[in-house]
Design a protein around this ligand. Structure first.
Ligand SMILES: [Mg+2]
Length: 260
């Protein structure tokens, strides 16, 4: 795992430098995480809503001739596409592993997920505020409604109860949930590297916005590009920080202006 290194300064304090980079680049590749970055966190994943202003500016950027937009999330790709619903956006589901509608898992990976689901249902039955979301190819254990002390205990419980499956499954520790995925699903850093290696623009300038621990490898993966942590200050690999989705929308508008 990549070790976060330092707190990051606010993006708008350094905007003139960022705007100069954007202005001078022939191609911008804009990566955006979804939950906590483009939309505010809601009690249930299906209750989130993309603000109309954010949708408009993202739509314009997606159509911009110098911009490529990719939304990358731990959610399934279909769900992500439905929530964002903007054309010309690349939708990368399941941490970037699900790039199109044809992505499918091996039978052994699916059966390992099924087994993990059974194990977790038994081990977490005593925690009514913790719930398991079965996404088919992965499991999310949602901790948001549980007290911090319970969250700690549940995290430990998940790690120990799934130890026997560690040759087939991977665990992503997020701020508000734990994600259990087949080993074939790599982190968002790998997804960003693969995406950048496949685009037609070798000198593209990448910018990555994300709020969670699973975004840290992606912050590192954009290299000399720009990485922005969204949310409360914490030690991070990101170069800059924004306070929340409303500031992300404002940053997208600034970016659009800098492209002119
Ligand atoms: Mg997020």
């Amino acid at each position: 795992m990549i070790r976060p290194s330092r707190p990051a300064p606010h993006l708008f304090k350094h905007w003139s430098r960022v705007a100069a980079c954007v202005h001078g680049s022939r191609r911008i590749i804009l990566f955006l995480d979804f939950d906590g970055t483009l939309v505010r966190i809601a009690p249930r994943p299906n209750q989130v809503r993309l603000a109309p202003g954010a949708r408009r500016v993202l739509g314009r950027l997606a159509r911009h001739p110098r911009v490529t937009v990719a939304v990358i999330s731990g959610r399934r790709r279909g769900e992500l596409t439905r929530h964002v619903a903007i054309r010309n956006v690349h939708y990368l589901g399941l941490y970037g592993w699900e790039r199109n509608n044809r992505s499918s898992l091996s039978a052994s990976a699916s059966s390992a997920i099924k087994r993990a689901r059974g194990v977790l249902s038994r081990h977490l039955a005593g925690y009514p505020r913790v719930w398991i979301e079965d996404k088919g190819n992965s499991l999310s254990v949602h901790l948001l409604a549980a007290k911090p002390e319970i969250q700690r205990r549940v995290r430990q419980r998940i790690r120990s109860s799934l130890r026997a499956l560690r040759k087939t499954l991977r665990i992503f520790e997020n701020l508000r949930d734990i994600e259990i995925v087949p080993l074939a699903i790599r982190d968002k850093g790998s997804a960003v590297r693969v995406f950048l290696s496949k685009v037609r623009f070798p000198h593209a300038f990448p910018i990555y916005f994300g709020d969670d621990l699973s975004d840290e490898p992606a912050f590192a993966a954009v290299g000399r590009g720009i990485s922005i942590l969204v949310g409360k200050a914490r030690r991070t690999r990101a170069r800059f920080r924004l306070r929340g989705p409303a500031e992300v929308a404002a940053a997208l508008s600034r970016l659009e202006a800098a492209l002119a």
